[in-house]
Design a binder for this molecule. Structure first.
Ligand SMILES: Nc1nc2c(c(=O)[nH]1)N[C@@H](CN(C=O)c1ccc(C(=O)N[C@@H](CCC(=O)O)C(=O)O)cc1)CN2
Length: 284
C-alpha cells in the first residue's frame, strides 16, 4: 500500500478561498490588508518564493508592497527599508526574505521589525510569546505543517513526533507548536549531532524532515503507517527539488507530503493568514 497524500496545494487553495471572503469583509469596513516583502540579492529560489507570495496576495485581494535591494546592499540600507515599512500605514505586515546575503546581521534586521507587523512570526518578541503561551503570529512553515496534518485528520494528540533540523524558520519553533496543550504531542528534536537518527525515526508516528539533507529519511527507518512531512529543498544538477525524504518512503508511510506540492504552498497560505489576522485585529 502506498501512503496517502498530504496535499498542500489543495489545502492551501482551500485556505486562500476562505481568506478571500475575510479580506472582502475587511474591505467593506474600509480596511485593505497589505503584505510587504523585502528581498535582498538575486538568489533565484528567494525570487521565486517572493513572487509566489505576491501572486497569492493578488488572488485573495491583499495589497502588495515590494522592496528589492541588490546583493551589495549594506546593513544600514536594509535597516532603512525595515524602518520605512514599520512606519507605512498601508503595510499590515511584512517579511524579510531569508537567507540574507553573507555579512548581513540577520538577527539585528529581525529585531528591528515592528513585532506587530511581523508576518513571519520570527521576531524575537513573537518567538518569546510562543514560548510563554501568549497570542502571537505563528511561524508559517510549522503552522502550515500543523494545519496540513489537522485538515487531513492525522492524529497529533499523544503522537511521538521526530523533528529533524534546528533552523530558526522550522526546526526551532516546530516543537513549540506541537507541545502546546492544544496539540499535546511528544517531540524529539534531532540534528546533525544526533547519535542514532535511525533509532529515533523508527519510533515516530510523525516525522518532520527539515534538515536540508537529500534523502536523509530512508524507508527502512520509517514506522509503517507514520505521517512523513518533507520540508527539504536541496536542488539537483537540473535544478529540480530533492527533498529530505527518499521517494520509497511512500511504500511504508501512512501519509506523505509531496515535495513540491506539500509544505511549500502551506507556508505561503499561512503567511496570508497572519496578514489577515493582523488586519482583523487592527480593524477591532
Ligand atoms: N522570511 C522567510 N524566509 C524564508 C522562509 C520563510 O518562511 N520566511 N521559508 C523558506 C522559503 N519559503 C518562504 O519564504 C518558501 C519555500 C517554498 C515555497 C513553495 O511554495 N515551494 C513550492 C516549490 C517551488 C519550487 O519549485 O521551487 C512547493 O513546495 O510546492 C514557498 C515558500 C526560506 N526562507
Amino acid at each position: 500500500m502506498t501512503a496517502q497524500i498530504l496535499d498542500g496545494k489543495a489545502t492551501a487553495a482551500a485556505i486562500k478561498s476562505e481568506l478571500t471572503a475575510r479580506v472582502a469583509a475587511l474591505k467593506e469596513r474600509g480596511v485593505t490588508p497589505g503584505l510587504g516583502t523585502v528581498l535582498v540579492g538575486d538568489d533565484p529560489g528567494s525570487q521565486k518564493y517572493v513572487a509566489g507570495k505576491h501572486r497569492d496576495c493578488a488572488q485573495v485581494g491583499i495589497a502588495s508592497i515590494q522592496r528589492e535591494l541588490p546583493a551589495t546592499a549594506t546593513q544600514e540600507e536594509i535597516e532603512a527599508v525595515v524602518r520605512e515599512l514599520n512606519e507605512d500605514p498601508a503595510c499590515t505586515g511584512y517579511i524579510v526574505q531569508l537567507p540574507l546575503p553573507r555579512g548581513i546581521d540577520e538577527n539585528r534586521i529581525l529585531e528591528l521589525m515592528d513585532p506587530d507587523k511581523d508576518a513571519d512570526g520570527l521576531h524575537p518578541m513573537n518567538l518569546g510569546r510562543l514560548v510563554l503561551n501568549e497570542p502571537a503570529p505563528l511561524p508559517c512553515t510549522p503552522n502550515g505543517i500543523l494545519t496540513l496534518l489537522r485538515r487531513h485528520g492525522v492524529e497529533i494528540k499523544g503522537a511521538e513526533v521526530v523533528v529533524v533540523g534546528r533552523g530558526v524558520t522550522i526546526g526551532r519553533p516546530m516543537p513549540l507548536l506541537l507541545t502546546r496543550r492544544s496539540e499535546n504531542a511528544t517531540v524529539t528534536q534531532c540534528h546533525t549531532g544526533t547519535r542514532d537518527l535511525s533509532a529515533h525515526l523508527k519510533r515516530a508516528d510523525i516525522v518532520v524532515a527539515a534538515a536540508g539533507s537529500p534523502h536523509l529519511v530512508r524507508p527502512e527507518d520509517v514506522k509503517p503507517g507514520a505521517a512523513v512531512l518533507d520540508v527539504g529543498v536541496s536542488r539537483n544538477a537540473e535544478g529540480k527539488i530533492v527533498g529530505d525524504v527518499h521517494p520509497d518512503v511512500a511504500e511504508v508511510a501512512g501519509w506523505i507530503s509531496p515535495n513540491p506540492g506539500g509544505v511549500g504552498p502551506m507556508t505561503r497560505a499561512l503567511l496570508l493568514v497572519n496578514v489577515v489576522e493582523a488586519a482583523e485585529r487592527s480593524a477591532g
